[in-house]
Design a protein around this ligand. Structure first.
Ligand code: ASP
Length: 612
């Protein structure tokens, strides 16, 4: 037997026991004739005491960090206790030991505060995974996985695997493709999600499906994305939107309870996409704090019409506001005392290319009820007061105003709101606010192709009372500049996202389940009949054999784990992640393959002149 106990197990009550441990040498400390070794395994650290009588053996085969050691000895209570670790009351007095394997000196110290940089730790990820910090994350990931599975199992969901080698039907992100040796010149694609398969399973009658599944998307990697990532993917039959929201609200609450010990009693707040955009400038608002947008003037269509025409700011000869399509404000609590230097710094902040604004207008609402602003020349006190009232500012607040083109300005004010929330400590790590965002637009206008694209995916159903608009109107966009006036701009989808602290953690929709409506949808997206048959003939065919009404959702498992673990980075929660350029630096992948492999695949590279 290699061990009787783990390195995290022994307590004071075990004193006197003869035990065997096995693990890795974390540290070696010599005190005169005595040697202390901290032995580590997955479960913890135990202090070992090597007495003088073992010195000959120790010098004959010196130990080093990360050696794998088996020790036999007696548990004894420590005089010098360590309250920071669970085994801190005891140590093991070693009778004999055996080196099970040696280790070369590790490239970084395997401790909580390591001296290893990111790249080095990724290259030696198997060593990084030994570190407590990383292990904690991998454990959390497993507990989220288990909690989700338990909940879904209880609710009669069945885990059904779907294939990884499928057909390439890019719609959204780019596909990763795999050449087929047996079908020269043909390629499989790796699934961006099991979307069509889970819908086919509904046609097959498996009315509650789930899978914790890898998805593959060949996107240009923005920060904190991975080319392969994991979803908790689910689908249900005979459901309406409300059934799905309730079921999965339940799942997330269960996960919070099991993983964090947090009981969420209240119903998850629901907000329409329009309200989210209007009030927060963002379809995944962080509602841990208020600071809502005041729309002074805006081209945003809400409830089918333009709501903010600019009464409060018009006719002041202030060109910047007069010329702008959109003028939006936020009232930031308690910072009216900000110095010139501080407002200048924020002005620079909004001018950075990522935010792209021309400038920042401010109104200081002093505690004594007076107003001072960077536009005093154009607006007298009573007008400033009216704006302040509209922005729900209180004495002591500072109002920030941005002006420009609708989309960019709305995005910018949303970023500024988040930044101020961050700076002022309103985005607390240990506070969790869930939100459903509902009624997304069905279509999005793609200026590059001058056509409609599916905002979620092409299988998403329109709101029942919007189906007619889709059927009765021609999708062709005659006037690109006025696409907002096209009836398709107002079609809302039966789609929903779950948002946690400003992050989209899940999204899904009620699906189209009738062949003719699905064909109409493909046509609306500019697909010819042939193209839609070539790409999705299998699904259209399946819809003719009694497809039930159905809908589903998928959660971004990696991100959910990262948020629950209080981290910004999903990489920390993936055992073997890729770096920001999509490379696995441990394997050094992707890599070239040899000529014979290429030949077998009937592939000739067009990049012979590339230097590898
Ligand atoms: N397959 C979708 C996605 O990956 C989720 C869904 O609609 O269920 O975003």
């Amino acid at each position: 037997m290699y061990r009787t106990h783990t390195c995290g197990e022994l307590r004071k009550s075990d004193a006197g026991k003869e035990i065997t441990l096995a693990g890795w040498v974390q540290t070696i400390r010599k005190f005169g004739a005595i040697t202390f070794i901290d032995l580590r395994d997955r479960y913890g650290i135990t202090q070992l005491l090597f007495g003088e009588e073992l010195n000959d053996q120790l010098s004959a085969s010196p130990l080093g960090r990360e050696f794998v050691l088996q020790v036999k000895g007696t548990v004894s209570e420590r005089s010098n206790k360590n309250p920071n670790i669970p085994t801190g009351d005891i140590e093991v007095k070693i009778g004999s030991f055996k080196v099970l394997n040696k280790s070369v000196t590790p490239p970084f110290t395997i401790q909580d505060d390591t001296d290893g940089g990111d790249d080095l730790r990724m290259k030696f990820r198997y060593l990084d995974l030994r570190r407590n910090e990383v292990k904690k994350n991998i454990e959390l990931r497993y507990s989220v996985n288990r909690a989700a599975r338990n909940y879904l199992h209880e609710k009669n969901f069945m885990d059904i695997e779907t294939p990884f080698l499928i057909k390439s039907t890019p719609e959204g992100a780019r596909d990763f493709v795999v050449p087929s040796r047996m079908n020269a010149g043909q390629f499989y694609a790796l699934p961006q999600s099991p979307q069509t398969f889970k819908q086919l399973l509904m046609v097959s009658g498996y009315d509650r499906y789930y899978q914790v599944v890898k998805c593959f998307r060949d996107e240009d990697l923005r920060a904190d994305r991975q080319p392969e990532f994991t979803q908790i993917d689910c689908e249900m039959s005979f459901v309406e939107q409300d059934d799905i929201l309730n079921m999965f609200e339940g799942m997330i609450k269960h996960i919070f309870q099991e993983v964090k010990g947090i009981e969420i009693k209240e119903k998850v707040q629901r907000m329409t996409w329009e309200d989210a955009m209007w009030n927060y400038g963002n379809d995944k608002p962080d509602i841990r704090f208020e600071m809502k947008i005041a729309n002074l003037k805006s081209a945003f269509l809400k409830d089918g019409k333009i709501q903010a025409t600019g009464e409060l700011i018009n006719n002041a000869n202030f060109n910047v506001f007069d010329k702008a399509e959109t003028v939006v404000a936020i009232a930031v609590p308690g910072i009216a005392e900000y110095s010139r230097k501080q407002t200048d710094e924020l002005t620079e902040w909004v001018k950075r290319p990522q935010i792209g604004m021309q400038g920042l207008v401010y109104i200081k609402c002093a505690a004594d009820g007076t107003y001072k602003s960077s536009v005093d020349k154009f607006y007298d006190s009573s007008r400033l007061e009216a704006i302040a009232k509209f922005a729900h500012a209180r004495p002591g607040d500072m109002i920030f105003i941005l002006a420009g083109a609708e989309e960019r300005t709305r995005k910018a004010i949303s970023e500024l709101r988040l930044e101020m929330g961050q700076r002022l400590g309103f985005r607390k790590k240990d506070e969790f606010k869930l939100l459903w965002v509902l009624d997304f637009p069905l279509f999005e206008y793609s200026p590059d192709d001058n056509r409609w694209v599916a905002r979620h995916h092409p299988f998403t159903a329109p709101k029942p009372d919007h189906i007619e608009i889709m059927i009765n109107n021609n999708p062709v966009i005659e006037n690109a500049a006025e696409y907002l006036k096209h009836p398709y701009s107002n079609i809302k989808a039966n789609a929903y996202d779950m948002v946690l602290n400003g992050n989209e953690i899940g999204g899904g929709s009620i699906r189209i389940f009738q062949r003719d409506l699905q064909e109409k949808m493909f046509a609306a997206l500019g697909m010819s009949k042939e193209e839609s048959l070539h790409k999705f003939g299998f699904l259209l065919g399946a819809f003719e054999y009694g497809a039930p009404p159905h809908g589903g959702i998928a959660y971004g498992f990696d991100r959910l784990c990262a948020i629950l673990g209080g981290s910004e980075s999903i990489r920390d929660f993936i055992a073997f992640p890729k770096n920001n350029s999509g490379r696995d630096v441990m394997l050094d992948a992707p890599s070239t393959i040899d000529e014979t492999q290429l030949e077998e695949l009937s592939i000739q590279l067009r990049t012979q002149d590339l230097k590898f």
